[in-house]
Design a binder for this molecule. Structure first.
Ligand code: KIV
Length: 262
């Protein structure tokens, strides 16, 4: 049966971890789906891991729709989130057009990066019946503004901003929040405060679920981010590695302190 936002909310209420993984093509989508992963994110990280760019900024709407279609064509059970690419949601009407393209490409939810300045965009999408995943902490689409891929929210002022952003976006109508590369105590606090599921990547083990980039858990990425683990190194097949990732998340073995930030 197809996972829905209701299944994810129920998992959150039952304190069952939500397992998420990025995926960009049909071959991997078939495997991931068969293994019962809850959420597939067709992430714009494809710009880096598939296309070889140094950032996610070159990814276009057409490319996101193409990869979303590849995944959605074969997936039967995962809940599919697709990234709105860089500069494709600068104002509500533009965001709606991008989101419609992705939803018609097979996504069940769209994801966008940023804080309170997205309030009107999220409200507009929510009113149009489009589920939204917000993304706070490290924002890869702002890499030229941030200067480096590093932990966010370490000082009290930045942490306060992320807390305020999270509350604002939830109130605006966001259905899920992804927190990337923030201290685990901040992620715990936000997870306890929000009513929507909070999914972490480099955000400690207390989030309602975890997401990693598929190419990271298969050890393809070099260098490997500190918060990721190559699950293929201990196993003989891609299936086993993905299964082990899911098991480690569900049993709260991953991410341990070694793969989290203080
Ligand atoms: O694009 C992506 O893969 C992402 C995850 C890192 C959360 O946004």
């Amino acid at each position: 049966m197809r996972q829905s936002i209701n299944h994810l909310r129920k998992k959150m209420r039952d304190q069952e971890k939500i397992v998420c993984l990025t995926c960009y093509d049909a071959g991997f989508a078939r495997i991931i789906d068969r293994l019962g992963i809850d959420v597939i994110l067709v992430g714009d990280s494809l710009g880096m891991v598939v296309q070889g760019h140094e950032s996610t900024l070159m990814v276009t709407i057409e490319q996101m729709v193409y990869h979303t279609r590849c995944v959605a064509r074969v997936s039967q059970s995962a809940f599919i989130i697709a990234d709105m690419p860089f500069a494709s949601y600068n104002h509500p009407q533009q965001a709606l057009e991008t989101a419609v393209n992705l939803i018609q490409g097979g996504a069940h939810m769209v994801k966008l990066e940023g804080g309170t300045h997205l309030e009107a965009v999220i409200q507009y999408l929510a009113k149009a019946g489009i589920p939204v995943c917000a993304h706070l902490g490290l924002l890869p689409q702002s890499i030229y503004k941030i200067g480096a891929y590093r932990v966010q929210g370490k000082n009290p002022l930045d942490a306060k901003q992320i807390r305020e952003d999270a509350l604002c976006l939830e109130q605006a109508g966001a259905d899920i929040l992804i927190l990337e590369c923030v201290p685990r105590t901040l992620a715990t606090e936000i997870t306890e405060t929000l009513k929507i599921p909070v999914i972490g990547i480099g955000a400690g083990m207390d989030c309602d679920g975890q997401i990693l980039v598929l190419y990271d858990i298969l050890g393809i990425t070099t260098p490997m981010p500190k918060f990721a683990y190559n699950f293929l190194q201990d196993h003989n097949s891609i299936e086993q590695a993905i299964q082990q990732y899911a098991y480690a998340v569900k049993t709260k073995r991953f991410p341990s302190l070694e793969y989290s930030f203080e």
